[in-house]
Design a protein around this ligand. Structure first.
Ligand SMILES: Nc1nc2c(ncn2[C@@H]2O[C@H](COP(=O)(O)OP(=O)(O)OP(=O)(O)O)[C@@H](O)[C@H]2O)c(=O)[nH]1
Length: 394
């Protein structure tokens, strides 16, 4: 006769227990996916891959009966944080943006003098340049101010503000939508497909944090989101992303292996998004700048394998507002190697470099879509040109 102890050693018992636990976790809608790359080498695919590397990733299917999910307990829905709604964060964060209003105050102080001499104009130019507006935009504003003061002699504060606002708004304007394109379309059977969003940028600019924050914005808007931790260069990045996901009940696809193929993780994330009929799959990348061609290869491959599962509707470039022209040079490399569709400008809180919005859009020809305004989880908002200009002139 079997004792209770014998019974506990039976593998079927543990197998059944695992299935029950997985089912419970699945029921609560919270699962942590390990990339299939970690698990199997057995492959089948009817699609024709573009390269042998891609073939490996595409052919990567779990073995029959294998469950690649790793349930992390079963949190109930009310254990998840409720991210702040977009409208309320805009009001709250406006004040943060105003901290970068040093530009408006400095200019108004100088321009309200009775007689402006050459040294004053030089100082005005210097102030505009130090806000990272760039040469061309600075020239345009200088021209408009000179014209105003020549025509009307001394201008009052309200007039100067109006001229600055008009010019800045014109400079910030860009003939492209600022909203994220999150229309993934449908497959040939009419089943909804997720929008795949690739997030790129130099390390340390706030990429992983931004992916977490964007996920929260989307969750607040009612979207079902899946995150892909394709920054496999730094193991902590996947842990960091997982924490962001866990806080709001968002699934995170990751690899447990440091240095795993980022394209495999990105592929699995999109695959999970399709299977779970998610609205958006957000993929974080490492994007180390070893050299231009390896970066191009890596991002190109990630993008191609993502496209096999769903449409990459956005490639967002994350840029640190405090890094100025140096950051811009690096951003340009990314824009050259991948088709960037929007900028996420981080660390705009407290930075006197608000002018970077103008220069980055001019240099890269893509709109700033989101701005990071602090280290808090909901300190990110869609970019609003008028609120931005008002704030820097406050
Ligand atoms: N003040 C402020 N800090 C920010 C903002 N966005 C990100 N950070 C901080 O920037 C630091 C770097 O952020 P990460 O998300 O780890 O940067 P990363 O680009 O993913 O870095 P790698 O993974 O090394 O490539 C963190 O301390 C963030 O809290 C922001 O909008 N404002």
């Amino acid at each position: 006769m079997q004792t209770l102890l014998d019974y506990l050693y039976l593998p079927e018992v543990w197998g059944s227990l695992a299935v029950v636990l997985a089912a419970i976790a699945g029921f609560f809608g919270f699962r942590n996916f390990r990339s299939e790359e970690d698990k199997t080498d057995e492959l089948t695919s009817s699609q024709s891959p573009a390269s042998s590397e891609e073939a490996e990733i595409l052919a990567h299917e779990p073995e029959a009966g294998e469950d690649e999910t790793k349930p992390l307990g079963a949190p109930t829905l009310d254990q998840f944080e409720k991210p702040e709604a977009v409208a309320s964060r805009m009001t709250r964060l406006r004040a943060r943006l105003a901290r970068s209003g040093a530009l408006g105050q400095a200019l108004l102080g100088m321009l309200s003098k009775d007689q402006l001499n050459a040294a004053d104009w030089e100082e005005i130019e210097e102030t505009l340049l130090s806000a990272d507006l760039g040469l061309a935009a600075t020239d345009q504003i200088m021209e408009a101010l000179r014209t105003e003061l020549q025509v009307n002699g001394k201008a009052d504060e309200a007039t100067i503000k109006a001229v600055l606002k008009r010019e800045l708004l014109q400079l910030v304007e860009i003939d492209q939508p600022r909203e994220l394109n999150l229309d993934g379309g449908q497959d040939e059977n009419g089943q909804k497909l997720p929008a795949a969003v690739l997030v790129v940028g130099v390390n340390g600019v706030g990429k992983t944090t931004s992916v977490g924050k964007i996920a929260r914005i989307l969750v607040a808007e009612g979207d079902q989101v899946i995150l892909g931790a394709a920054d496999t260069f730094r193991a902590a990045a996947a842990d960091q992303l997982q924490t962001w996901g866990e806080r709001v009940g968002v699934e995170v696809v990751r690899s447990d292996r440091e240095g795993a193929d980022p394209a495999a993780v990105a592929f699995d994330a999109v695959k999970a998004g399709v299977e779970h009929q998610a609205d958006v799959v957000l993929v974080d990348t490492a994007g180390r700048l070893h050299n231009k061609s390896s970066l191009m290869d890596e991002l190109g491959k990630i993008r191609r394998v993502m496209e096999r599962g769903a449409k990459v509707t956005e490639t967002l470039l994350v840029l640190d507002a405090t890094t100025g022209q140096n950051g811009m040079a690096q951003a340009k490399v990314f824009a050259q190697v991948t088709n960037v569709t929007g900028i996420v400008l981080t660390k705009l809180d407290g930075s006197a470099k608000g002018g970077i919005v103008v220069s980055v859009q001019r240099e890269l020809g893509v709109p700033v879509k989101l701005v990071g305004l602090g280290e808090g989880a909901d300190d990110m908002a869609p970019f609003d040109p008028e609120a931005f200009v008002d704030a820097i002139l406050a």
